[in-house]
Design a protein around this ligand. Sequence first.
Ligand code: KG4
Ligand code: ZN
Length: 410
Amino acid sequence: MSPTYILGIESSCDETAAAVVRSGEQVISNVVASQIATHQPYGGVVPELASREHLRAIVPVVRQALADAGKNYESIDALAVTQGPGLAGALLVGISYAKALALALEKPLIAVNHLEGHIHAVLLEERQKGNHELRFPVLALVVSGGHTHLYLAEQQGQGWSYENIGHTRDDAAGEAFDKVAKLLGLGYPGGPVIDRLSKHGDPKAIKFGTPQIKHPDRNSILPQKTRNDGATGEKETHKKQLWSSGRPRPEAHADEHPRFDFSYSGIKTAVLRYVETHALAASIAERRKVLSKIAKPKLEDYLACCDQQTLDLIASFQRAIVGDLVAKTLAAAREHEIATLFVTGGVAANNELRQTFEQEAAREGLPVYFPSRPLSTDNAAMIAAAAYPKFVAKDFAAMDFSAEAGLALK
Ligand code: KG4
Ligand code: ZN
């Protein structure tokens, strides 16, 4: 089969991205325009500003991706665009542009779920390295600013199917990183800053309790076969009792076994309590003031305005999140007799998370794969890669499809 070049477009949150990927296994170009500078003064993503920035950036970003790939509009085979989940206004910019381009070029357009994109970032890079021998079943932890989700992923013919076996009940892990960074006057986005500063603190200094899921997820104890996921609007069916290999799958009765859910708002509140009880407000206000005057603070700038107590707090917070993510994911892997683990999404860029997963999974003889750091956070190469099996299956988007802010992955 001749190579297929897909132009991917991603605009679900605060990155405008375009990429060209060959046959789902080779990144030819990958361009990401970050909006960090736009949102930084607000300490988080402002949806309307995100849409405006996408509108400004989308044409130059796509042109750059084509130029870097040595391609032009005519020489690509198809377009792929993120349909959801994400910010509706932000998604609409990428979708409108991709539709217009597909119509004008008379090329097929493929709609991609952003979360499936994160999973395919791992597959893309493994294929690129020549690893075509993944063992199934696969468990994927998608851990980002908007999601902390565990999916069983199966290959079915050309395509893939997914079953959600756990999700966050409140804050996603990346959201907790961002909120705690904001609370401590460290700016936005919080994950990368906390990651770098944690190395300078004592992760055992402050003991945060393991997040407890006190009440069962009401949806998980419903006897029906179909349930609504309150957090994401997902509908999940539990009809599959066999792995695609034909091997019987361990039964997970929702009312007997806990779902592998996460909860991070409690840790965030515990950090806030610590700040209050240790009278850190004044030093945080000062830090915020100092850092707001530096356009792109370096590690030295952050370290210069963080005392040891704050660094210990940061390291202890990160340790608590990482410990919980790893423990729950490995418990799910054991229960579902998983052969391969994927860890992907923005938080998968975190150094301590990678190291801990590598150590703990190796102890259990479980291979664990991460995307490279540039493909862990939002990008369009993952969208073009996820589109490839759909291209082969001729699963093209109808021209009346629209953005779905709460799109489920199935
Ligand atoms: O996947 P992503 O780029 O966008 C979403 O789909 O949400 O993830 C962004 C999230 C942010 O919350 C950011 O703080 C977090 O990923 N993040 C990190 C790191 N790099 C990005 N969290 C922890 N450590 C990092 N190194
Ligand atoms: Zn993402």
